[in-house]
Structures are given as C-alpha cells and as structure tokens.
Design a protein around this ligand. Structure first.
Ligand code: ADP
Length: 371
C-alpha cells in the first residue's frame, strides 16, 4: 500500500468518524431537548450540569460538522473547493471561536447558578429565622397562658383543700380540663404542621357518605356551652367521597371552631355539603365579623392571625386554617373561602367523589403513552 493511499484511507476514516459524531450528538441533543423538562423536575440539582452538557454538546456538533465537511471534501466525494474554502483562515477560526464562546457561556451559567444558590440559601436562612421567631412568640403566649391557668387552678385547689365549696372545686377542675385540652390541641396542630411541611401527612381514605361527615362534625360541636345555632344543610343523595373520616372531622371541627370564635353569640352557623362536578363541596358558613381584604391572602399562612378587636381575647395559634388546608390537599381536594366584612364568612373545601376518582384514573390511563 502506497503512502498516498494510506493518507486517502485515513481521510475517509476521519470524515466517517466526524459524521458519526454528528449523528450521535444530534441524537443526544434531540433526546435531551425532549426530556429536559422531565430531567429538570426529577433531578433539579443536576440542572446546571445538564445545561453545561448541552452547550458542550452543541459545540461538539458544530465542530464535527465543520471537520466532517472538510475531510469529506478532501476525499473528493463532494466539491473539493469546499475543502479550500474551509481551510481559509477566517473559517479555520470557527472551531476555535466556538470553543471560546462555549467556555464563556459555561462560565456564565455556572456563575449564575452559584449566585442563585447563594440567594436561595439566604432566603432559606431568613425563613428559618422567621419561623424561629414565630415559634418563640407562640410558645411564650399560646403555651404559657393555658399552663398559667392550670397552675393557678391547681395551686388554689391544693392551698384551699377542703375549704372550697363543691361548685367552685368543680369549676376549677373543669378549667384545668379545658386548658389541658387546649394545650393538647395546640401540640397536635404543631405535629400536624411539621408533617404537612415535610409532605408526610398520612390520610387513610375510604368511601364515606358526605352526610355522615357533616352529621358527625355537628354532633361533636353541639355541646351545651355553644352559644350559636347550628344548622345542617346537606343535599340529599350525594355520592360517596374518598376521605379519611377522622382527618375530615378535624378539618370541619377547625372551621366550626373558627366560625364560633369569630361570630357573635346567638347567630347561625351552617355546616353543609353539595355536589360540585366530580367532587362534593363541604362548607361552614357563619354570620360573624368577616375578614378584611388586606388580610385575606395571608389567611392560610401558619401562625398568621388577623388583627382585629377579637384577636387578643380569642385563643388560637394561627395554625387551624394551615392544618385544615394541608388535610384537604392531602385528600386531593382544594380549599376556598368567601367573606363579607361585618356580615360573615364561608369556608369550603372539595373532596373527590369515588366515581369521579375512578373516571379520572381511567382517563389518565388512556392518555398515558403506551410503552
Ligand atoms: P386561629 O383560629 O387558631 O387563630 P386559624 O388559622 O384557624 O388560627 O385562623 C387564622 C385567623 O383567620 C384567625 O385568627 C382569624 O383572625 C381568621 N379567621 C379564621 N376563620 C375565621 C372566620 N370564620 N371569621 C373571621 N375570621 C376568621
């Protein structure tokens, strides 16, 4: 084999290698562009690396096209003047310029990512700081005030042992029981809050009649001390919903307790359920003080309490609505409210019906691509 033919074979081989590279990189880039959104969702931390790979892949693709064309022209398979053209100094600069531009863009992407993660870290630190402040203020008020009452009642009972009348003793013991219950609620709200924050609030759903959920909530709320008129308003023959009865009871009780806390005595509170497309909407309607417009967008934030004349005397940690929303969302439902300042509020949430869920699952299975 002469030296000339070896050179010719090498030129063919090099051209083939470059075109193979073009095909590979093209396939990778097309696959990458189609999957990018999915990658980004599944591996958010790898996004920068993916962008860098994409830039470098594009650079290699253009460079391979350049060299592929150059070597193919040298073999004589395409017009040889293309080889001379690509050999001109201004075209020789193409791959080098590309390298430079790609390196600059990669540096830019990395620096941008670095600044963004610094910002995220600062935001995260500020959120933790705010959470700490809120928790301390909660502990100093909401935990301390029932404890102070319990201590006061207990000390008086001990000090005045045998000297207090039966009625007074009963009153003190009831005070201890109700303050202990308040503490218990607060602690379980705090536990629920942390489970919601971590996305691990467990709900065990089964088919339940909406009427049963509303009746149960009314039954436990209608105790003798309630100073409001409770009404039940459930559309007959509602379909069954998928719900964890004890969690939905907790959600409805939270809404009922708010309705009672923020409405004048003697007014009506209505608990109801009605059909809404593939869901059932549950609602608690009161004729209370309502919520000012400027406070409405923070209503579901944890520890947030609306500042109004009632707030200082009304017990509450600002966790009820946060936990209720978390429970509803863990069921695949949504919360909403309507309020009229000075006239009352209606808090509602939806729960999927059993048949609606079956239909949704069937249509999701039809829509999903078959492998
Ligand atoms: P809490 O009742 O423990 O303070 P929530 O998260 O349940 O906490 O409620 C947050 C705030 O929203 C309450 O402090 C109150 O100001 C306002 N709010 C909630 N429900 C009602 C209602 N039905 N009517 C008027 N204000 C309400």
């Amino acid at each position: 084999m002469t030296e000339l033919s070896i050179d010719r074979y090498m030129t063919y081989l090099t051209a083939i290698i470059y075109w193979a590279l073009v095909v590979c990189w093209l396939a990778i880039i097309i696959f990458y562009l189609r999957q990018y959104i999915r990658f980004k969702r599944i591996y958010p931390l790898l996004t920068t690396l993916l962008v860098v790979l994409f830039i470098d892949g594009t650079r290699t693709l253009i460079e391979s096209i350049y060299f592929g064309a150059r070597y193919t022209a040298r073999t004589g398979l395409i017009a040889p003047y293309i080889h001379d053209l690509l050999d001109l100094p201004q075209y020789v600069l193409i791959p080098k310029t590309l390298n430079l531009v790609a390196a600059l863009v990669i540096i830019l992407v990395i620096v941008r990512r670095w600044f963004r993660s610094l910002e995220e870290e600062q935001r995260h630190r500020r959120a933790i700081e705010q959470f700490r402040t809120e928790l301390i203020s909660l502990a100093s008020h909401e935990l301390r005030s029932p404890l102070t009452s319990i201590r006061g009642y207990a000390h008086t009972l001990v000090r005045e042992f045998g000297r207090l009348g039966e009625e007074t003793q009963k009153e003190f013991l009831e005070g201890i029981a109700s303050e202990a219950e308040r503490l218990g609620h607060l602690i379980s709200d705090l536990l629920d809050m942390s489970q919601i924050d971590e996305g691990r609030l467990r709900v065990e759903r089964r088919a339940v009649r909406p009427a049963q959920l509303c009746e149960e909530a009314v039954r436990t709320t209608a105790h003798p001390e309630l100073k409001h008129a409770l009404q039940l308003e459930v559309t007959p023959d509602l379909p069954e919903v998928l719900a964890d009865p004890s969690r939905i009871h907790q959600a409805l009780s939270n809404l009922l307790s708010n309705a009672a806390k923020f409405s004048p005595e003697g007014t009506e509170i209505t608990v109801g359920a009605r059909r809404l497309n593939d869901s059932v909407e549950f609602y608690v309607k009161d004729q209370g003080i309502g919520i000012p417009r400027e406070e409405q967008n923070r209503l579901f934030s944890r520890f947030h309490r609306v500042s109004n004349a009632r707030s200082p005397d009304t017990p509450g940690a600002g966790l009820g609505l946060y936990v209720t929303k978390g429970i509803v969302e863990a069921h695949g439902g949504a919360m909403s409210f309507h309020t009229d300042l000075g006239r009352g509020s209606t808090f509602s949430f939806t729960l999927p019906t059993v048949e609606g869920r079956i239909r949704a699952e069937a249509s999701a299975a039809e829509d999903s691509p078959r492998d």
